[in-house]
Design a protein around this ligand. Structure first.
Ligand code: COA
Length: 193
């Protein structure tokens, strides 16, 4: 996917690792109050976000990030799975306000569904506040069944079984992402030298 924020901005997507914990925390802290409430389903404190970010990456989670000029501006987290075929998992998304409505959430959603599929997850859940029209719009693009109750909206996506092509697609995307990320880091270092 190619997305231009400005002519000069360097855009990249890649998986996040435990070493991205500080960047994740900074991203979540930059969410405007409404986006923060939408992300966590309720207003949360900076302290809560710090604690949350500390434990979010690694273990039983796969996270994808969207970077602009090396700064993490959007995140998709897939978590709660235990490597059991046919299992279930939950996903959560956050894109900073200045970057919303540009297709980033949709791109992160697609990568998350593929990651879920390749880890044997058959049911993917996304929970959101009832008024979250954007999240609902994205979920419907992926044929989610969306229901509402007193807790809010719940999207359920049936992930198809993994096959060699789906595994290859994720591996190829990861390889391209890493190459792109390294190239951009090098370019920024040369620019500032
Ligand atoms: C929800 C969120 C992740 C979506 O990311 P995004 O990058 O803004 O989303 P996209 O641009 O990919 O797609 C948004 C879609 O919603 C649609 N949309 C926007 N406003 C809408 C509205 N008021 N009513 C209906 N649809 C709307 C857009 O048209 C777009 O659909 P399209 O691509 O078919 O045109 C992002 O807005 C966000 O971080 N919000 C705060 C946190 C949050 O709500 N997280 C979800 C709960 S875990």
């Amino acid at each position: 996917m190619t997305t231009n924020v400005t002519n000069e901005a360097q855009i990249s997507f890649r998986k996040l690792w435990a070493s991205d914990t500080a960047a994740l925390k900074a991203h979540l802290l930059r969410l405007d109050p409404e986006s923060r409430r939408m992300r966590f389903g309720t207003p949360v404190s900076d302290y809560f976000i710090g604690q949350y970010a500390q434990n979010a990456l690694g273990g039983h989670s796969v996270a994808h990030g969207y970077f602009v000029d090396g700064v993490l501006r959007g995140v998709a987290e897939l978590r709660g799975f235990r490597g059991v075929a046919g299992g279930e998992a939950e996903a959560a998304f956050s894109v900073e306000k200045d970057f919303q409505n540009r297709g980033i959430g949709t791109e992160l959603f697609g990568r998350t569904v593929l990651a879920a599929r390749n880890r044997g997850i058959s049911k993917l859940f996304v929970n959101f506040l009832s008024q979250n029209a954007r999240m609902q719009a994205i979920a419907r693009k992926f044929d989610a069944v969306v229901t509402y109750d007193s807790d809010g909206g719940h999207a359920q996506i049936e992930a198809p079984r993994a096959n060699p092509l789906s595994m290859w697609k994720e591996a190829l995307t990861d390889g391209q992402d890493i190459a792109n990320s390294v190239m951009q880091t090098t370019t920024r270092a040369l620019r500032s030298a």
